[in-house]
Design a binder for this molecule. Structure first.
Ligand SMILES: [Zn+2]
Length: 58
């Protein structure tokens, strides 16, 4: 899967795999252009920080 920035659509991003406590695989995407950070799940849906923290608390 190719990732791009949710804010500026830049393709210069760093991705880091991340597994939540419930076993869900997420990818942390950092944009080099505008420095936005987003989490994307295996289906390509973008998660907010609040959603991520809520899932991590379960
Ligand atoms: Zn960006």
């Amino acid at each position: 899967m190719r990732y791009e920035c949710a804010r500026c659509s830049g393709r210069t991003v760093t991705t880091m795999p991340l597994t939540l406590p419930d076993g869900r695989d997420m990818t942390f995407v950092t944009c080099h252009v505008c420095e936005s950070n987003v989490w994307v799940d295996a289906d390509g849906a973008r998660w907010t920080k609040d959603q991520l923290f809520a899932a991590a608390r379960k």
